[in-house]
Design a protein around this ligand. Sequence first.
Ligand SMILES: Cc1cc2nc3c(=O)[nH]c(=O)nc-3n(C[C@H](O)[C@H](O)[C@H](O)COP(=O)(O)O)c2cc1C
Length: 190
Amino acid sequence: MEKRTLGSKPMLYPMPVTLVGADVAGKPNFMTIAFIGIVNMNPAMVAMGANLSHVTTKGIVKNETFSVNLPSKRMVEVTDYVGLFSGETVDKSRLFTIFRGETKTAPMIQECPLNLECRLVQKLSLGGTDEIFIGEIVQSYCAEEFLTNGKPDVEKMEVFVFSMNDNRYFSLGEMIGKAWSEGKKFIPHS
Ligand SMILES: Cc1cc2nc3c(=O)[nH]c(=O)nc-3n(C[C@H](O)[C@H](O)[C@H](O)COP(=O)(O)O)c2cc1C
């Protein structure tokens, strides 16, 4: 099959969709972040690419804490709204029910099935459009109804994912296998 080159673009599919929160001038503010992922097991760390011009980003730099909130597919409209409109022009502090954890300054969203409370450990400037923020996950929160055997269950949480460049959201498909298990059936070509 012949391949077409598509250029140097942020193409990795799908991407998670998260709502990242920080306090700004004493009020919670949120931005939608898709450039995000777990980057360390122990201590648990998350890294994200966020533009310094965002209001939320400024709050993260000031307080050195932030939250990562995983919305369910029922929250697709408010999630997109948060990513469309800046706290510069709209008040996003009343969109959600807020709760706080041990850091006190990382506002978390009650309506999101999973919340990660993070302390900023490093900010890296790559000279591009976005800065890299690395946060240690100091605590995580999930309601009992979204757990199976004590672990967050993506089916119960009804998470959704994002397709970059064509700007589409998708709900999760069916489970197709077990990790660290399916590979045992695989027979490599000799
Ligand atoms: C689906 C989606 C994904 C986004 N992902 C990112 C991202 O990874 N990094 C980023 O800096 N901005 C991202 N944005 C843009 C910000 O969420 C947006 O500019 C937001 O309004 C900033 O809000 P604030 O200025 O109130 O902090 C995304 C927006 C959408 C709709």
